[in-house]
Design a protein around this ligand. Structure first.
Ligand SMILES: [Zn+2]
Length: 265
């Protein structure tokens, strides 16, 4: 079972910027043409120049049409009125399997006390929380720092956290957060291929190896590249650095499945 734990679809073809085809049909065609069995798609309660908001009901409808291949995560903005209620309703109404938080686009740090009730609700519902941790534009970088996730974990130690993009330029901070908090897992999209072939490749891989395959989750950030091409590239980098076929089974699916309720890894 191969799971791509970080993909995006949008009802508008240019919903993720005019360089990408964001349509569901494109994702489904890529899934059919690849070894990937399931894709995680995220709602995004955000308001930024490069991507349009992705609603929970849209993600829910996609998953309802393709229950064997799509796994949906809900999104709410932590500063909207009653976000915990909105999140719980999205989970119950659409069968969504997790919560996506986006400090970089939402402009709310992971350790903001207004985020903790959302993580607490996710834990109560037995669902993981994916938190963007890339460090990029457009909000203040201080709000995006991976170390902020440690603050959230200290407030809600029972939360199961996925740090998307493994911390980007701050991958060593992300390693420290994951060492300090056993419920933190790293999703490696963008960062793995970004550092490949740079002076930081070995250092990034050092961080991944410190944690081991049961703390690592494969994702591609599709539609940035064709789905199979991302898988081939990522698998080659991981193998080059000594991850075994058994390790890859965890990274490419079992680790993510172990975070879902009622799934057997
Ligand atoms: Zn993404």
């Amino acid at each position: 079972m191969i799971i791509d734990a970080h993909t995006h679809v949008h009802p508008d073809a240019d919903g993720l910027g005019d360089r990408y085809d964001a349509r569901l049909e494109n994702l489904l065609a890529n899934l059919a043409a690849s070894e990937v069995d399931k894709a995680v798609i995220y709602a995004e309660a955000v308001d930024v120049p490069y991507i349009k908001r992705i609603e929970n009901d849209y993600v829910g409808a996609c998953c309802a049409q393709h229950p064997d291949t799509l796994i949906g995560f809900a999104s709410v903005h932590p500063l909207e009125p009653d976000p915990v209620k909105t999140f719980e309703e999205a989970v119950r109404r659409y069968g969504l399997k997790g919560l996506k938080l986006h400090p970089r686009f939402q402009g709310v740090a992971a350790d903001d006390p207004r985020v903790a009730p959302l993580a607490r609700k996710a834990a109560e519902l037995d669902l993981p929380v994916a938190i963007d941790a890339l460090l990029w534009k457009p909000t203040p970088l201080k709000l995006q720092l991976p170390i902020n996730v440690d603050g959230l974990c200290k407030q809600v130690p029972e939360a199961r956290i996925i740090m998307a993009h493994a911390g980007g330029f701050h991958f060593l901070d992300t390693l420290a957060v994951a060492i300090a908090n056993p419920n933190v897992h790293l999703e490696i999209s963008v960062a793995l291929t970004f550092f490949h072939g740079t002076p930081f490749e070995d250092q990034f891989m050092f961080a991944l190896k410190q944690l081991g395959p049961k703390r690592l989750i494969y994702g591609s950030d599709f539609p940035q590249k064709p789905m199979q091409a991302s898988l081939d590239e990522s698998r080659a980098i991981l193998k080059k650095h000594g991850f075994s076929d058994a390790d890859l089974e965890w990274i490419l699916g079992k680790t993510f499945l172990s975070l879902l309720p009622g799934e057997n890894a």
